[in-house]
Write a protein of this length. Structure first.
Length: 525
């Protein structure tokens, strides 16, 4: 009886501080729901009462979360408005998918986002139900801002913003953090070394500010009839950033900015099972080891141009002592049937593969989730960025010498073979550096899981956003950079210099007059 009473009291003690958390997790592609779903799993595992609201914007492969205690509200998609409809094919084209190509893609997606935002906000049954739940905290990703408008409409004022990748400089500026274009690469940039890099980085930031944000303002403004959408987003207590300070480029941050890159990874790697038998056979037959190739959940290998597929296959053929695993979405396409060391599967246990000691390298698109898993498992990478932030992520890999970045447009069999040989045979520093970074992030003083839970639990109990707000986010450009002060100082110095020059000129004039007068008197005498 005493034991039972102790168990009941313990249960009550554990759950008395549990928060009711609403997680807004729209399905706009497989990687985003997985990121936020993993966060929701962490909160539920810590004993919090979690509800996920998921607006489908395309057919869903997976809801994103796995914890069965999570309450799940899923809203079906509209066939006339499907996100990412063309992105899987377009990203393999000859375009570099830089700023303007991404802008075109995002323009279509933002129209889809705004449509679904309007339907949710006008769904009074949904709004009433959410209001009745009296949530303590709202969590949403900043890839679109509808979640924060929804939180405002149901009276949920304590919120947290999540960034799926390194925070864009425009977003940092909206937190009042100085945008250091001279050394912090923006979302579309690589490492900054030259004047040209700095110029391009500044232009990218201005483009994000006036073009991307303009698209959001226009589309969401029409959909919601509200001009304060971004203000709702930046009222968040914290911004949890899916990045790691040991991998990312150094940058100024504030107390609101918390890196949580790799959260949940330690538990996931511990829970990962043995490789399925069909993969174990491949590993057993590999003389040197295995190279794994996957381009994430959006860029499907089956949509690659035929010549690019041949480029990969012919490169793999030149390394017969290595087995290659290729995530290829069409099981009926026997693309690799004439290549004995290439094995294609529609799905692969990525964590288990990367964790295996015989995995030599990971050929990836440079997505942040893939980069994080490879870093935790100390797997060297060959990154072939396709669009969006992947160029920046790939530059992070190269900067730490954990991998090599290749250009999809100039990629040839010879270039790929050289990169593979360099990582596997010629330069062991890639493996050494990958292990060193992995050790760093696994043994840091405070884990990303701890950072995440402490921030969420604190933000759910206290109104803190105003305490951590930097005043800079409300200043004008002139005030922020002290342009008026510097102009005043410059003008003061200029005026002082002019006064001194005038005084000197006057003094010289007086002296010359005296000298002339003296000389004239001598001449007369």
């Amino acid at each position: 009886m005493r034991v039972l009473l102790c168990l009941v009291l313990t249960y009550c003690f554990i759950n008395v501080n549990a928060l009711k958390v609403l997680v807004y997790n729209p399905y706009i592609g497989a990687s985003h729901p997985l990121l936020i779903g993993k966060l929701a799993d962490q909160l539920a595992l810590a004993g919090h009462d979690v509800t996920i609201l998921q607006q489908l914007m395309m057919p869903a492969k997976h809801p994103g979360h796995t914890n069965e205690t999570i309450k799940f509200i899923q809203i079906p998609y509209d066939n006339d408005y499907i996100a990412n409809r063309d992105s899987t094919k377009n990203c393999w084209g000859k375009s570099k998918h830089g700023f303007f190509d991404t802008l075109k893609l995002y323009k279509k997606m933002i129209e889809v986002f705004a449509h679904y935002c309007s339907t949710q906000l006008n769904n009074q049954t949904l709004i009433s139900h959410l209001k009745s739940q009296n949530f303590d905290l709202g969590v949403a990703e900043n890839v679109e801002c509808c979640g924060f408008k929804l939180f405002n409409d149901i009276g949920l004022n304590r919120t947290i913003q999540v960034a799926g990748t390194s925070l864009a400089l425009e977003f940092s500026a909206n937190l009042g953090i100085p945008s250091m274009h001279s050394f912090v690469p923006d979302v579309f940039s690589g490492e900054i070394k030259t004047f040209g890099h700095r110029l391009k980085n500044l232009l990218y930031t201005l483009g994000v500010k006036f073009m991307f944000m303009g698209l959001f303002d226009e589309s969401y403004g029409k959909a919601t009839d509200d001009k304060d959408l971004y203000d709702y987003m930046y009222r968040a207590a914290y911004v949890l950033v899916n990045s790691d300070e040991f991998i990312d480029f150094p940058r100024p941050i504030s107390h609101k900015y918390i890196n949580i890159g790799g959260y949940g990874m330690s538990n996931l790697l511990k829970q990962s099972s043995e490789l399925p038998e069909k993969f174990q056979k491949i590993y057993s037959n590999a003389n040197k080891g295995v190279v794994y190739m996957s381009f994430g959940s959006v860029a499907e290998s089956q949509s690659m141009p035929a010549e690019l597929k041949i480029t990969f296959l012919e490169a793999f053929k030149q390394l017969p002592e290595v087995e290659f695993l290729w995530k290829y979405e069409n099981k009926h396409d026997k693309v690799a049937e004439n290549y004995s060391n290439v094995h294609t599967f529609t799905w692969m246990p990525q964590r288990e593969i990367l964790k295996n000691s015989k995995t030599l390298a990971f050929i990836t698109h440079g997505g942040m989730n893939s980069l994080t898993e490879a870093t935790f498992t100390a797997t060297p990478m060959i990154s072939i960025p396709l669009f969006s932030d992947q160029k920046r992520n790939s530059a992070m890999i190269e900067r730490k010498k954990m991998g090599i970045t290749l250009d999809k447009i100039t990629l040839t069999t010879e270039i790929l073979v050289d990169a593979l040989r360099k990582i596997i045979y010629d330069d062991q520093s890639y493996q050494t550096n990958a292990k060193e970074i992995s050790e760093l992030i696994r043994n840091r003083p405070e884990s990303p899981d701890d950072r995440l839970l402490k921030a969420v639990e604190f933000a759910g109990r206290f109104d803190i956003h105003e305490h951590l707000d930097l005043p800079g986010r409300k200043l004008t450009l002139i005030q922020f950079y002290n342009i008026d002060v510097l102009a005043t100082l410059a003008a003061s110095v200029l005026v002082l210099a002019l006064v001194i020059l005038l005084v000197l000129a006057l003094a010289v004039k007086v002296v010359l007059k005296i000298v002339r007068s003296f000389l004239y008197k001598e001449k007369v005498e």
